[in-house]
Each structure stands twice: as C-alpha cells, then as structure tokens.
Design a protein around this ligand. Structure first.
Ligand SMILES: Cc1cc2nc3c(=O)[nH]c(=O)nc-3n(C[C@H](O)[C@H](O)[C@H](O)COP(=O)(O)O)c2cc1C
Length: 200
C-alpha cells in the first residue's frame, strides 16, 4: 500500500476541513444585510477562542451604518491599496484589544510577546470560520489608519485597534483560490532547518 501524500488536498473535504478550504477573502458583497442574530453568532464563536491567561482582551465594534462604513472607507484606509471595495460591505467588525487588563500586561512585559494581538487574531479567525459556515464572505483588513478609526468610532486611549474584518454575503462566485507554500517549505522537524516531510 502506498503512503498517501499528506501535501495533497482531499478532493472532497468535510467538516472543519471543508470550512477551511472554502474560505477565501471576499471583496464583493451583495446588498443583503447581516442580521443582528448573525452578528451575535459570529461574536459567540469569537468569545470561545483561547486567550493568554484567559484574559479575553478582545473587544469588537459591529459597524453596520452605511455612512460610517463610507466614512471609514474614505478617511481611514491607507494609500496604494485603499481597500475601496469595503464601501459595499454591510458589516465591518472592528477588532480591538483592551490593554489595561493586568494579567495580559504583566505577562507581555516579561516575555515581550504581545499576547493581546495573538488573542485577537485567534478570536477573529473563529469569526471568519463561523462566517463561512453561515454562508458569509469575509476579508481581513490590516491596511488602515488606526488613529482615524479611533477618532471615527470614539475608541478610548486604553483600547487598541489591530484589525478590521469586512463581512457580507458574497456577490459573485467564490474568488479564485490563492496558492499556498507547500507543507515542506513551512514545517520543520524537531529543530529549525530539518524538513518534516523530506527529512533533509
Ligand atoms: C492580517 C491580515 C491583513 C490583511 N489586510 C488586507 C487588506 O488590507 N486588504 C485586502 O484586500 N486584503 C487583506 N488581507 C487578505 C489577504 O490579502 C489574503 O488573506 C491573502 O491574499 C490570501 O488570500 P485568501 O484569504 O483568499 O486565501 C489581509 C489578511 C490578513 C490575515
């Protein structure tokens, strides 16, 4: 019996594999609004994410007002890749971190690791996968002006904005799947430099 090549994708992934494989960054949305219950389901998925010391530093702002999304699009995106497509999104989830939580601050000061950013990333990716399950499309936005988002949404000093997530029902067929590095290029075995798959 030949060993299955673990780098090959299964033709019909199921369960979590299916969600992971079907997710794409969606940048064109229909006008269908995202309901209040759906927003709650997305945030419930985020709420159960792990976090350093269970400090749950994440906070979210669900922005659905068209004028606010238009203003963010106009004033808070960065040049070169101005993310103009965001204007169509019926929901913008603004990912924030509450920085004055003691457990998180002490740990991070000792290790130099910004745990609150890791926590937020995990929680928002929970949201992304839940969105796929609910038939929604999402796209992360990291190319924005933190100071402008802060001003537009009245975010206080002790709260940090790390990521935005555009969410809505996809307008078109799913975008083309973007490539990924092969497993052998990203997975080392036992120590840095020894490839897990080829052993070289
Ligand atoms: C932290 C982060 C920031 C991102 N920022 C942007 C962005 O500002 N604009 C954008 O169009 N896509 C952005 N993306 C989406 C990536 O371009 C996308 O995930 C990548 O090209 C892979 O494509 P896929 O998500 O369809 O697999 C971001 C993704 C992440 C995780």
């Amino acid at each position: 019996m030949t060993e299955q090549d673990p780098t090959r994708e299964s033709p019909t992934p199921t369960g979590l594999d299916a969600l992971i494989h079907h997710r794409r960054s969606v940048r064109a949305f229909s006008s269908r609004p995202v309901s209040r219950d759906t927003i709650l389901s997305l945030c419930e998925a985020a709420r159960w994410a792990p976090s350093a010391c269970n400090s749950q530093t994440w906070r979210f702002i669900a922005v659905t007002e068209k004028e606010t999304i238009q203003r963010i699009c106009r004033e808070a995106m960065r040049p070169v890749i101005p993310n103009k497509w965001l204007v169509q999104a019926p929901l913008l989830m603004v990912g924030c971190s509450q920085l004055d939580i003691i457990a998180n601050r002490i740990g991070g000061r000792i290790t130099g690791i910004e745990y609150y950013r890791i926590d937020l990333g995990i929680a928002m990716e929970h949201m992304v996968l839940k969105a796929v399950e609910l038939g929604l499309g999402t796209c992360w936005i990291g190319w924005f002006r933190e100071d402008r988002i802060r001003e537009i949404l009245d975010i206080p000093e002790r709260v940090w904005v790390s990521a935005l997530l555009a969410i809505g029902y996809p307008k078109d067929a799913p975008p083309r799947k973007r490539g990924r590095k092969p497993l052998d290029a990203i997975l080392h075995s036992e120590r840095w430099g020894k490839r897990f798959l080829s052993g070289e």
